[in-house]
Design a protein around this ligand. Structure first.
Ligand code: SAM
Length: 389
């Protein structure tokens, strides 16, 4: 049964493999992870086994990957197998009847993270860089090393910057204006400012918006302390802002709560802002509204599925609306699920493409089928909702 996986593994370019995660074993083992590594400049694989919450490590030769993964699969009878590659993840699942199911999905292109005792993990904004606001915000210690408790957040903001940097690698203007909606403590806002102002040396201007006045004041004080002239924070409710006096090139949102993402996207669409990078979270609105009297009711029977389905439906509708307004859209996993389950990023770029009216009909059908009125559709009124509600 596992031979199909090994066959696929041997057909892959090994340089593209970020890691292989084996889980759901019938034995005492919780998980096994295989990662590429460099040991005294020799390429190897490191196997990490988690047994009774303890990690056990061993290294294997580079050419032994297939045979050793097969041994692991056979010995521990894993049922979930994820091969995480640059740009996509291939997943296999073994059913109770021992049938193998294969699936694959796109992820943001990520350079192979080589784990090494010789080579440190590479981030676009490395530990040790003097990003002073991150010390004030408690992400770095005074030696600019990431604090353990902030490692997941640091990874998120670094990946966020990496994805933006990739989009702007051939940017030839020397000015850029960005709004961060729901900036909160503004780790992301400051790191993006640092990247464009000090690494790319672009005349960047960033505005962070948040409801919380105390947090906004604190962020403005940090910006002032380090003489970061073109970054400012404003107390405000996203739902109340429709237009902007100045030209804005990009909006970002990272975990802006519930419908705050809708207002941010609405703002971007209304103002034809070219770049959108948005990672939504807490999609409660649809979860509270959704119901179905037809065959789809089975999706909603269990709370967990209902919550996840509502989140996916909310974001899928947001993507359709963006597409409908001339944006090219894709969705990528920007960090691993283990880092945060809210890990799907909507990336959109305004291209001015016109979309057929059929799209609106699909959205109208969906909102009726599930009796939902998501904010993003309400904001556009009758275009999507039959009664124009
Ligand atoms: C989970 S925090 C995320 C903060 C930050 N982006 C990050 O990832 O660290 C969400 C933030 O969105 C802000 N927020 C929620 N609704 C908002 C609204 N309608 N207008 C402005 N800010 C809002 C909250 O005050 C909070 O600081």
């Amino acid at each position: 049964m596992y031979s199909e996986i090994i066959q696929e593994l041997s057909s892959l370019n090994k340089d593209d493999i970020n890691k292989i995660v084996l889980s759901k074993s019938k034995q005492e083992i919780q998980k096994a992870t295989v990662r590429p590594m460099l040991l005294k400049n020799n390429r190897k694989w490191q196997i990490e086994k988690i047994i009774n919450n303890q990690a056990f490590h061993s290294n294997i030769e580079y050419h032994d990957l297939e045979s050793d993964v097969l041994s692991l699969l056979e010995k521990y009878e894993f049922c979930d197998i994820n091969i995480i590659l640059k740009g996509k993840t291939i997943s296999y699942r073994v059913s109770k009847k021992k049938k193998l199911f294969r699936n694959e999905h796109k992820t943001a292109v990520k350079n192979n993270t080589i784990l090494s005792h010789d080579v440190p993990k590479k981030y676009i904004l490395e530990e040790g860089m003097p990003i002073l606001p991150l010390v004030d915000l408690g992400v770095f210690d005074s030696n600019f090393n990431v604090k353990k408790s902030k490692y997941d957040k640091y990874k998120q903001i670094n990946r966020f910057v990496e994805i933006i940097a990739d989009e702007f690698k051939s940017y030839d203007k020397d000015e850029l204006t960005i709004i961060d909606f729901g900036c909160g403590k503004s780790y992301l806002t400051f790191i993006i400012y640092y990247y464009f102002a000090f690494v790319k040396k672009i005349n960047v201007k960033i505005m962070g918006f948040d409801l919380k006045d105390d947090v906004v004041k604190h962020c403005n004080a940090i910006a002032e302390k380090y003489n970061y002239k073109n970054i400012r924070f404003i107390t405000g409710d996203i739902s109340k802002i429709e237009t902007c006096q100045e030209h804005v090139d990009m909006i970002i949102t990272l975990h802006a709560c519930d419908t705050a993402t809708d207002y941010a996207l609405f703002f971007a669409i209304k103002n034809r802002i070219k770049h959108i990078f948005s990672v939504p979270c807490c999609q409660h609105e649809v979860n509270q509204q959704i119901s179905n009297k037809n065959e789809f009711s089975i999706i909603l029977r269990h709370g967990l599925y209902k919550e996840r389905f509502s989140a996916i439906l909310t974001d899928a509708i947001r993507c359709e609306v963006l597409q409908d307004h001339g944006y090219e859209v894709d969705v990528v996993e920007f960090v691993d699920f283990e880092n945060t389950p809210k890990n799907a990023m909507i990336r959109a770029k305004y291209k001015g493409k016109q979309v057929s009216l059929e799209n609106n009909m699909h959205l109208k059908k969906i909102v009726e089928e599930f009796s939902i009125r998501p904010t993003i559709l309400k904001l556009f009124g009758e275009k999507y909702l039959r009664d124009g509600e």
